[in-house]
Design a protein around this ligand. Sequence first.
Ligand code: MG
Ligand code: MG
Length: 576
Amino acid sequence: MRARIASIENIIAQDPGHRKIFFLTQRDHLRLAALSLLGGKRVLIASGFPILKAKAGETDGPPGALALGQALRRLGKEVSYITDAHQVHLFKAISAEPVMTFRDDLLERGGFSHLVAVERPARARDGRYYNMRGEDITALVEPIDELFRKAESHNVVTIGIGDGGNEVGMGRVFKGVMEFIQHGQKIASAVLTDYVVVSGVSNWGAYGLVAALSVLTGKDLLPSGDEIRRTMESLAQAGAVDGVSGLPETSVDGLPLQRTVELVEEMRWHLLPAPLGRVTGLKVGVIGAGTTGIAVARLLLRKGAQVRISEKGEVSIPGDLSHCPVEMGGHTLQFMEGVDLVVRSPGVDPRLPFVRGLWQRGIPVLSEMEAAFEMERPQLVAVTGSVGKRTTVELLSRIMSRLGRSMPFGGNKGKPLSELLLEEEKGPIALAVSSFQLESVLHFRPHIAAILNVLPLHLDRHGDPMEIVRTKSRVFMNQGPEDILILNRDEPNLRLLEGRHWGETLWISAKGRVERGAWMAGGKIFLSPEGDEATEIPCEENGIPPEPFMVALLSAWCLGADVGELRDVARGLGSP
Ligand code: MG
Ligand code: MG
């Protein structure tokens, strides 16, 4: 369950406002906030952010508050809402429940176990309230944040959900808001909560909390796409405005409604457990009959699954799979009827209507890499980055073989994980992993993970270099204290990932000494994974790019090679 919620926590940190939100997110707070709510009895949910130019409430906040309130009610909690008097009609438009306004003695009288804020203004250090443009909105705000400030002395647990740094709860990430958010010095929230959920859009944070509650309780508590649409339409009709356009419409923070509907759909997929713990007898559909599809089909068969294959083109199926049912020339839902699970080849886009249709029928669809990992739980070195992944894993394999240990390697452009697992050797595998693959991992957990670099390539897909960092961070999302992360210290965005990792971090740098790791100085490479005396590694004219070389050396050290051995095997490594 931890992995599923970690993945949800990662996807709600998508950052359409380009605010470097990901660096403000607090790892595991989503799960902890949900667990805390499960133990609660009476929950007061505050929302409503006034938009100055429209003198009206915005469309970000109330829909999330409502979804959370409805989920909590289904779990048997008592729920009430609170907002400014001038925004009460917005809540009335979407909910039949009573809506409160600020009173000084609410905590004394209310008997609340939890206070939750969804996109609710918080005072800054100067005691005034500001919007994201740094404009003073104090005249439009009732001091509901005061209740959060007093909650602790009433034994009330507080949760804040926000997307910009000026909301209730964001005081918990005050330093990050000061550093990363425009006007942060002025607008940073001075109101902190026990748990904080930072998301790209506050509604998404609230839906994420509902998804986490759903994972923890095994009940789908998320609103349907139609429910979300109806809520947004009622809200816009009642006069709520998009915070970006200032107009009454169903968009949120300038984003079309459909974006939110799709995100909630993706969260819902996290609620379907993939039954790979017991593969024998499992009915599994494989989409794509290329090298990867065939490899994963073979692995599934070896594990005792019943396999059927769907291929959009016309290919010949190898003899050992000839007993499997096959459809060619396109994918159909009928062909997949009755399967427990579908595994898709990396070439098959997870957003295809066919794939969505499978999810909607309650059939989980896993990527080949995720499925192969779940079946065998191999020991992995996973290397990601914009350039040099493949060079790194190939080099690591060569270093290991010089040390007398064979290490298969592959990845996004080489042999897929399933094929590597079909080869008889049991032992660690080196895998190059792309951002595209990382987008759909769930339980994937390499023992050693490395992020080589993050260059602004593929911006057409991600739109923002920070989005690449967020996606790459999924490579270590499930790592624990016994796992190792290798990061490039020369990239400021990667440096900031250290605090999000619970295990040990090793560093590489082309710009000189790092505390623990490998670095270049004066054209030479040095190694000191334990932070003691540095050892020079011979690298003269070996033609190996330094970043992959350093990551390969550190990975080999993590796998048990000592520094002296590495110095010896590095000699002449460049020549084939
Ligand atoms: Mg906001
Ligand atoms: Mg917002």
